[in-house]
Design a protein around this ligand. Structure first.
Ligand code: PEP
Ligand code: MG
Length: 575
């Protein structure tokens, strides 16, 4: 069966199938309304007890941050809007408790799913999970006890809810295979953080697998095999040991520098969203943080985070990175990301509208609160400030002037801060890339945001599937822009260029970016070992030749073919 490889590795074990049954609610008219209200109250109590236990267990096994989701589930059960509407539905329509829960849950799920915002869309999954629990409890349906799994197993499920992943016995679960879900689903994220192989979106795996079947999960190629013959089993046992040897080899590189055979060194650093992500960066041998996306601090809250709350988060990251550079990006909201407590006008083209630093110039107090928090936290480590969505040098000067205002205020208030904090910009708008030579003298560094740079330079909505074939980060147009930025920074003494878009962690781009002279590569922590291996396998002068060759080609296809050959020559396998 072919699905989406969502977490790499190979697992072989017996199937543990979680049956996905459509729960039928009682849709009859009911006379004894009080009885239904009592059933609702019982189901609420039972669900809260279960969630409290799950929350406690999750705090121990997964940590405070991951466990927070269950505190949020508990809050849904205490939400007067949600519970009140269920009670009203039972009373007004004379329906059963389970029917009332289903109707109101479906309504809220629909509202959240229709929101544009990815973060809000994810909340729909939480409400579905809580509502499902409530319905099962109202009907007396028992959950399968995943904590009781006591032999090595592959979990086969329609989908896994956050409660499933929190309660399962993680020592015995070796892999996941599910009918639905993609690379960014909750199940995928959990599988990667637990480091167990997963294949998702298989459509019929629950139908085609029985408890006790022998299952192979190949999270590298997105393949699942049920009851393999001997030859297939041997093939996968070999692939499994090769993969494990490869991971071990990469792990040995952890404390070694990212240096080429002829001594050219670059920095490999991590992209993070919360202080908790620092652990992964360090575990994978990252030597800093090249992009701290601070939006999550704002989105995870029902009001604007104050200076103190932000200061604490930034300080925590800086202290755990122990003197390594940490690039903190100022708020990048607008576009597809909204804040519930910040009312903004509807825009025809939000990605070309009041986004990121443009919004911060309008909401100056919000901007200053964040800058003050970063400046103060800077005392506890090696902080850099980075402004997103810069179009031209005037905006750089404007942002720096506001930063100076904040410094002046802190000085007057006798509050200590980092006087010499480094300041840089994201280069993600083509106009900034082609004027990088004008901007270079105003900043300490550039960081190329290829995710948006591709979107704006190629006029391709980064979320629109129908035009995704044009989204080509290795096409000559983008490579030329990248070269312009790197060269402009190197023309001024002491400046550097990093990259924090997805391209920086793409092994197919590594040789070219290295050859173009990129100084710092910032990526998801788990990509660091592989990029390090590539860099340590090549001479810088050969990478320069490869970059030159790439710049002479006409299409991304040609570039990819050329790089494929070069990686083969270096005997580098990709995972
Ligand atoms: C980018 O645009 O490349 C980037 C890193 O920023 P984000 O993905 O957060 O827009
Ligand atoms: Mg961006």
């Amino acid at each position: 069966m072919k699905g989406i490889g969502a977490s790499p590795g190979i697992a072989i074990a017996k199937a543990f199938v979680i049956k996905h049954e459509e729960i039928k609610v009682n849709t009859d008219k009911i006379d004894d309304i009080q009885n239904e209200l009592d059933r609702l109250a019982d189901a609420l109590e039972k669900s809260k007890d279960q969630l409290k236990k799950i929350h406690e267990q999750a705090v121990i096994e997964l940590g405070d941050e991951e466990a927070r989701i269950f505190a949020a589930h508990l809050m849904v059960l205490d939400d007067p809007e949600y519970v009140g509407q269920i009670q009203e539905a039972i009373k007004n329509q004379s329906i059963s408790a389970d029917n009332g829960i289903k109707q109101i849950t479906d309504m809220f799920v629909g509202i959240f799913e229709s929101m544009d915002d990815e973060y809000m869309k994810e909340r729909a999954a939480d409400i579905k999970d809580v509502g499902g629990r409530l319905i099962r409890n109202s009907l007396g349906i028992k959950d399968q006890d995943l904590g009781a799994i006591n032999e090595d197993s592959i979990i086969i499920a329609y989908d896994l809810t956050p409660s499933d992943t929190a309660t399962m016995n993680k020592q015995k679960v070796l892999g996941f295979a599910t009918d639905i879900g993609g690379r960014t689903s909750h199940t995928a994220i959990m599988a990667r953080s637990l480091e167990i192989p997963a294949v998702l979106g298989l459509k019929n795996v629950t139908h085609d697998t029985k408890d006790g079947d022998i299952v192979i999960v190949d999270g590298i190629d997105g393949v699942v095999v049920v009851n393999p013959d001997e030859k297939t089993m041997d093939e996968y046992l070999t692939k499994k040991s090769e993969y494990e040897a490869f991971v071990k080899e990469l792990a040995q590189l952890k404390d070694l520098p990212a240096v080429t055979l002829d001594g050219h060194e670059v920095e490999l650093v991590g992209n993070i969203g919360t202080p908790k992500d620092v652990e992964g960066v360090l575990r994978n041998g990252g030597t800093g943080v090249g992009l701290y996306r601070t939006e999550f601090l704002y989105m995870d809250s029902d009001k604007m985070p104050d200076e103190e709350k932000q200061f604490k988060a930034y300080k925590e990251v800086l202290e755990s990175m122990d003197g390594h550079p940490v690039i903190i990006r100022t708020l990048d909201i607008g576009g597809d990301k909204k804040l519930p407590y910040l009312q903004l006008d509807e825009e025809m083209n939000p990605f070309l509208g009041l986004r990121a630093v443009r919004l911060c110039f309008v909401e100056k107090n919000l901007f200053k609160t964040q800058l003050r928090a970063i400046l103060r936290a800077g005392v506890y480590g090696n902080a850099h400030i980075m402004f997103p969505m810069i179009s031209n040098v005037t905006e750089v000067k404007q942002a720096k002037a506001i930063l100076e205002e904040c410094k002046e205020e802190l000085r007057n208030e006798n509050i200590s801060f980092d006087e010499n904090i480094k300041v840089g910009i994201m280069v993600e708008i083509p106009s900034a890339a082609v004027t990088a030579d004008i901007i270079a003298s105003e900043v300490d560094f550039f960081s190329i945001g290829t995710n948006d740079l591709c979107q704006y330079a190629l006029a391709v909505d980064r979320m629109n599937e129908t035009v995704s074939y044009l989204y080509q980060p290795l096409t000559p147009a983008i490579l030329r822009l990248v070269k312009m930025v790197i060269d402009a920074s190197h023309d001024v003494e002491g400046k550097f260029t990093g990259m924090c878009g997805e391209l920086a962690g793409d092994p197919r781009a590594a040789l070219i970016l290295l050859g173009l002279g990129l100084d710092e590569f910032s990526m998801s922590a788990s990509s660091v070992p592989q990029i390090k291996k590539i860099i340590r396998s090549v001479n810088f002068k050969d990478a320069q030749e490869i970059a030159k060759k790439a710049l002479g080609l006409s299409t991304e296809e040609e570039v990819l073919a050329m790089v494929g050959e070069e990686l083969e020559k270096l005997d580098i396998k990709l995972i």
